[in-house]
Design a protein around this ligand. Structure first.
Ligand code: GLC
Ligand code: CA
Length: 538
């Protein structure tokens, strides 16, 4: 029997707002995505993951959901989403939607009802409302801080207008945390899952998956030395949520996939989310965050496979997403790991080097066992936009840290499709998109790269199509070949091998092998630095 699709799929992340704008208001929309389905099919991906497309005031790019059963009016309608799902399926693309269990928007009806209700009411018990500390309740209930910076509590007036309780928000103030100890919360989310599974959605990406379960005592803690168990990250109780979701997913004749956003530095704790009755896969952030260094990469690859093996889950490989600096930029600076400290953000970038490494990195990712996630625009080699004027910035990280964290807007700039000036075919009109595009992005447009043999787009297309013809790729075993420590070299099956040269000198290729694809031209018969090759033969 063929392995389930999620074990080796290539999944393309669509950040709807920045993908393609069909109606000319400068904001990407579902009609825009629908028009580009042929592009995505031709690219050669298997599935699309949509970041939240629900009704939202967009305080956090849609991760503040006001209504899961409605599409944000800027993106379209529910009928359009249904049509998009159906057409994607006809095109051979599966659909994954984003579910955010930890919080909702402050505009969600539940939160609005909670604000209107009295302290201690059933409506407030869907969230974490608490009286403040200090003589007049003027201090937050504990010392927790928001992921985005600043306190994790906001005080609200009582229904009579007097200063009242505080509510917990681990992210922005517009994202109140749900109380998963209240069974209504689980009931509602399972109903939302069914709502989308009934509409043909093939899987869900689970946002901030380690955070919904809280220590109900809400104790203070020192963020630099968090106690174990942590009061809200990776508590054992969180697993019950996903067991419930798995039962829902497995209730369909074609079981639906659960994909976790699980940021944890303990591989064994991450693997616990992938037990046979929980999620199917999780993003590999260790890989995303790994510096461009052969020994470190090899350790992450081995560590990933070792931790996934006992639970029987397939690994995933991720280089970029909507939360991190684009990897063409990361790989071009001295510190190639993730991170947006002022030193990292302001560091000099050698974009030619970063791009060269990005080309090698995608061949590595696609050759490793398991599935791969692509973030829209990486197939065009887009760099991080580092000079967005402050007036355009939207990310709560930027505002809540007063600019100390530049935020994630630079990886969310609308895609260039064609033409020589902004909006580069993103919108059908001359309107300025919601985030400005750089003046030199014509070179990155799909039209500019479409027929160019050396373009990033051509490399992605070629690699994705070749991957489908190589039975040993995707799920299955890999074996390391003996190699220079600065070269990653491994086989998949008996006919395929991949080499990546992370040293600064050319490396020899194995004898008796034929080149299938290289990320850059070979140097005679040597593999140049920062280059990957796929070979037929081992
Ligand atoms: C996840 C999302 C991120 C969002 C956060 C809060 O990390 O990927 O974009 O800001 O959750 O929902
Ligand atoms: Ca639009």
């Amino acid at each position: 029997m063929a392995a389930p699709w999620w074990r080796d799929a290539v999944i393309y992340q669509v950040y709807v707002r920045s993908f393609a704008d069909a109606n000319g208001d400068g904001i990407g929309d579902l009609a825009g995505v629908r028009a580009k389905l042929p592009y995505l099919a031709e690219l050669g991906v298997d599935a699309l993951w949509f970041t939240p497309w629900y009704a939202s005031p967009l305080a956090d790019g849609g991760y503040d959901v006001a209504d899961y059963r409605r599409i944000d009016p800027a993106f379209g309608t529910l009928a359009e989403a249904e049509a998009l799902i159906a057409e994607a399926h006809r095109t051979g693309l599966r659909i994954i939607v984003d579910i955010v269990p930890n919080h909702v928007s402050d505009q969600h009806v539940w939160f609005q009802e909670a604000l209107a209700a009295a302290p201690g009411s059933e409506a407030r018990n869907l969230f974490w409302f608490r009286p403040g500390r200090g003589s007049g309740g003027e201090l937050p209930p504990n010392d927790w801080t928001s992921e985005f910076g600043g306190p994790a509590w906001t005080r609200v007036p009582d229904p009579d207008g007097k200063p009242g309780e505080w509510y917990l928000h681990l992210f922005a103030a517009e994202q109140p945390d749900l109380n998963w100890d209240n069974p209504k919360v689980a009931e509602e989310h399972e109903s939302v899952l069914r709502f989308w599974f009934d509409r043909g959605v093939d899987g869900v990406r689970i946002d901030s998956a380690t955070m919904p379960a809280k220590d109900p005592r809400l104790p203070d803690f020192d963020r630099r030395h968090p106690p174990t168990p942590h009061p809200y990250v990776d508590r054992d109780a969180v697993h019950a949520i996903y067991r419930g979701w798995r039962a829902v997913a497995d209730g369909y004749p074609e079981p639906r996939a659960l994909i976790g956003e699980v940021w944890l530095d303990r591989p064994d704790r991450l693997a616990a989310y992938l037990r046979p009755d929980e999620m199917h896969t999780a993003f590999n952030f260790d890989y995303l965050n790994c510096p461009w260094d052969a020994a470190r990469l090899r350790a992450v690859i081995d560590g990933t496979l070792d931790s996934h093996r006992p639970v029987g889950a397939a690994a995933t490989w991720v280089l970029s997403n909507h939360d991190v600096t684009r990897h063409a930029t990361r790989y071009g600076r001295a510190d190639t790991a993730m991170g947006r400290s002022p030193a990292q953000h302001g560091a000099p970038v050698d974009l030619a080097l970063g791009t060269r490494r990005a080309r090698a990195a995608i061949l590595l990712s696609l050759a490793l066992p398991g599935s791969t996630y692509l973030y829209q625009g990486e197939e065009l080699g887009l760099p991080e936009v580092r000079d967005i004027p402050d007036a355009f910035r939207q990310d709560p990280y930027f505002f809540r840290t007063h600019g100390a964290d530049i935020g994630r807007d630079g990886c969310r700039v609308p895609l260039p499709w064609s033409g020589s000036t902004a909006p580069y075919g993103f919108s059908p009109t001359e309107i300025e998109p919601w985030l400005p595009q750089p003046a030199d992005w014509a070179q990155y447009s799909v039209a500019a790269q479409d027929q160019a043999p050396d373009s990033m787009l051509t490399l992605y297309r070629t690699a994705l199509h070749l991957r489908r013809t190589q039975p040993a790729l995707g799920d299955g075993p890999m074996n390391w070949l003996k190699s220079d420590p600065h070269v990653l070299a491994f086989t998949r099956g008996t006919e395929f091998s991949c080499l990546v040269n992370l040293s600064d000198t050319p490396a020899p290729l194995p004898a008796d092998s034929a080149v299938l694809l290289t990320s850059a031209p070979l140097d005679e018969d040597l593999l140049p630095p920062d280059t990957a090759v796929w070979l037929h033969g081992t």
